[in-house]
Design a protein around this ligand. Structure first.
Ligand SMILES: C[S@@+](CC[C@H](N)C(=O)[O-])C[C@H]1O[C@@H](n2cnc3c(N)ncnc32)[C@H](O)[C@@H]1O
Length: 275
């Protein structure tokens, strides 16, 4: 029987369910198997090293090394934001909006980070041309690793929002998705330490208002998507009204999560998206 208390060096402690997840990440075995056959001495040392880092505040997912996002597994580390369950909602809304895609369909993920949304959409629409864009070269290096690991063919480009896309695509994009930075500078300081001390600040903070990047996506997106094209954008829970206003040139709707908080803006250029 595995004596889990030995995994806690120098009297450190983390919640037991986190210890079990770290043990599984190190050994590749589930808890039942670990109870029957304890981790080896070497594995116990590696688990203990992760416990020290977790107790110091590093996010559990960075220590595990990957997360499930919709249909795909995504490698995660300090180079990019950890994909959140809320953002799976963006993927779901995008799939439900676009419905089908052929070889001429163009999908763009703005602020792709680890590449999670772009790769999940390529998985859902294998024939589409999918682009992922980020201003962070470090994040894009991770996104490329994720594309290689999943075997999904996504083109990753470095730059500011729509700017690095080939000019021929302007005005003919079928779907834009984004989980942009939408935290204000003030809110950033009050985020939990495992977020604000470890995840990239530029992935979270938009500016003094929090809506700066969403506003730009609304303005620049109008000229980038084709007639009938979609924009599906994650927003902060208090930003529904501002986002609805920013997308005034589109047919649009703010959709709440199960708790009733505004989370996703679904917009369509020149055709009704909302019943
Ligand atoms: C909230 S993270 C989202 C990452 C990923 N899409 C996800 O949902 O897990 C926002 C991403 O936008 C990128 N970003 C911030 N400003 C940008 C800009 N002006 N143009 C392109 N990417 C930007 C950040 O580097 C970061 O990777």
């Amino acid at each position: 029987m595995w004596d889990r208390s030995r995994a806690y060096p120098q009297g450190m402690s983390i919640p037991d369910h986190e210890l079990r997840r770290l043990a599984t990440a190190v050994t590749g075995r589930d808890t039942a198997s670990l109870v029957l056959e304890p981790p080896s001495r070497d594995e116990q040392e590696r688990i203990a090293a992760l416990v020290v880092r977790r107790a110091a505040g590093e996010p559990l997912q960075y220590l595990e090394g990957s997360v499930q996002f919709g249909p795909i597994e995504v490698l995660v580390d300090h180079r990019a934001l950890i994909p959140r369950p809320e953002t799976e909602r963006v993927w779901e809304e995008a799939v439900a909006s676009l419905r089908e895609a052929g070889p001429g369909t163009v999908i763009v993920d703005l602020g792709t980070g680890s590449g999670a949304l772009a790769l999940a959409l390529k998985h859902s629409f294998p024939e589409a041309q999918v682009y992922g864009i980020d201003i962070s070269e470090e994040a894009l290096a991770l996104a490329e690793e994720n594309a290689a690991q999943s075997g999904l063919d996504v083109t990753f480009l470095h730059g500011d929002l729509f700017e690095p896309l080939p000019k021929r695509l302007m005005g003919r994009i079928d779907l834009v998705v984004a989980n942009p930075p939408y935290v204000t500078e003030e809110e950033f300081a009050s985020l939990p330490p495992d977020v604000c001390d470890h995840e990239p600040r530029a992935a979270l903070v938009s500016g003094p208002n929090g809506t700066e990047i969403v506003d730009r996506i609304a303005d620049e997106g109008f000229w980038s998507v084709g007639i009938g094209g979609w924009i599906v954008c994650e927003i902060g829970a208090t930003q529904g009204e501002a986002a609805h206003e920013a997308f005034f040139a589109f047919d649009r709707e703010v959709r709440p999560d199960l708790a009733g908080r505004d989370r996703v803006l679904v917009a369509r250029r020149g055709a009704s998206c909302c019943v």
